[in-house]
Design a protein around this ligand. Structure first.
Ligand SMILES: [Zn+2]
Length: 279
């Protein structure tokens, strides 16, 4: 299978768990050997999770919600008109294909368009501008705050509900996807939105559990130069042992941001915890 086939015909149904056993095997085989499609899969899953949360809370900024609803309407209309004509021009033996293409289109297009709407919104409202040369490297920003927050975390987003944090981050031009570490015993303590020296926004999401704390930092990816060596790549995540901390670096769907998770957990357990939360 090539990447185009995977992305057009399989990706969306794969994320939704709708592939047949044979299709799933082919899809997994492709992902096993293709880092790009693995990243697309993770991105698609994150966007769908975000959209589910949005739909549940109905608190999406109006401009984004409008784009998503318009996209869904347009695709529904296209699907309906295709369904209406497909009986007449269908040749024998091609039964499966039209149904598949319509199902894929209906599943894939809204998410693609909605994702574009969400992140165009983020980009249009982004603060932008090149960072000054002396900006503190992202990993150091993250670990400095990790130490401070482990002593005392003062959220400045009023709610501790994931959906409200997500909204607050999006309102500040930051990614809205939140980690859920509950499956491995960490409670979401809340979120903080601050500004870095270069004027761009940064979001800190803090988690506490019996095994310690985790800090998630979202910031613009500009100027990031991860340290050389000591890197382990697991799926779409890059793990670093950095100055005595376990760090997971990843890229939220589009938008030019990085997600830095910092913990004091031994690296092996940290990687396992994250894998558990993503499964
Ligand atoms: Zn591929």
């Amino acid at each position: 299978m090539d990447c185009a086939t995977y992305i057009e015909k399989y990706l969306s149904a794969h994320v939704d768990g709708e592939l047949s056993a044979a299709e799933l095997r082919e899809a997994e085989e492709h992902l096993a050997g293709c880092v790009n499609c693995r990243a697309r899969f993770a991105e698609e899953r994150a966007v769908k999770a975000l959209l589910r949360e949005r739909a549940a809370m109905r608190k999406t900024p109006a401009i984004v919600r409008g784009s998503i609803l318009a996209a869904l309407d347009a695709v529904d209309a296209a699907g309906a008109s295709k369904s209406g004509t497909r009986g007449s021009d269908r040749s024998a033996g091609a039964d499966r294909a039209p149904w598949y293409s319509i199902r894929r289109a209906r599943m894939w297009a809204p998410v693609a368009i909605a994702a574009a709407a969400v992140f165009v919104f983020v980009i249009l409202h982004g603060v932008g501008g090149p960072p000054p040369a002396q900006a503190i490297p992202p990993f150091d920003v993250a670990i400095q705050h990790y130490d401070t927050f482990a002593q005392r975390f003062e959220p400045n987003v009023k709610s501790t509900l994931p959906a409200d944090l997500s909204d607050a981050y999006i309102d500040h031009n930051l990614p809205g996807f939140l980690w859920n570490f509950r499956p491995v015993g960490y409670k979401l303590m809340g979120g903080r939105i601050d500004r870095l020296a270069d004027g761009t926004s940064v979001a800190y999401t803090f988690y506490r559990g019996d095994m310690g704390t985790i800090l998630c930092t979202y910031m613009k990816s500009h100027g990031l130069q991860p340290p050389d060596g000591e890197m382990q790549e697991v799926g779409i995540h890059h793990y670093y042992e950095y100055k005595g901390y376990s760090i997971c670096l990843s890229y939220p769907p589009r938008g030019g941001f990085i997600c830095i998770l910092v913990s004091k957990r031994p690296m092996k357990e940290f990687i396992e915890d994250i894998a558990t939360c993503e499964s």
